[in-house]
Design a protein around this ligand. Sequence first.
Ligand code: ZN
Length: 170
Amino acid sequence: MLPRRIDPRKLTAQGATLSGCIPTAQLQRLMAAVLDADAGVEVTLDFGRDAQGNAVVEGEFTLDADLRCQRCLGVVRQRLSSGCRLGIVWDDQQARQLPRDLEPWVVPEQDADLFELAEDEVLLALPIVPRHDADACRATGRYSTGGFDDTGEADEGNPFRILEQLKKND
Ligand SMILES: [Zn+2]
């Protein structure tokens, strides 16, 4: 298991690679956004410097989670995975000086909160409208009229209308 507190500049100086798990039970914002999830976020972090000497970390974050399909309202299991390339900086001023290919990771103290970073990254990987693949969704093809096509675009984000239609058709 990875520690919550890390010293990213020291890891950069060492050219370190960290990999391991972060317990999802500790990530409350994330767990509030999903129905359920595996016990750990798998994390790999590569620390180093780019050609300009900026302190850089490349990260990969992966978690399998249960989400609510917005088409049939069933549970859909999805792999959330996110990759990032961050420039480690002390403050906003330094952040503005980073090249465009680096997203700033502002770490104003020696230590950084790795759990918070992982939580933010996995939240970014959440689909805006979770749903099953067309052939796995029990709502697929049940509605030929009423603006509900195979892609579900028309009724996205309106679970109540979908419920109404389910009742009507059952
Ligand atoms: Zn579905």
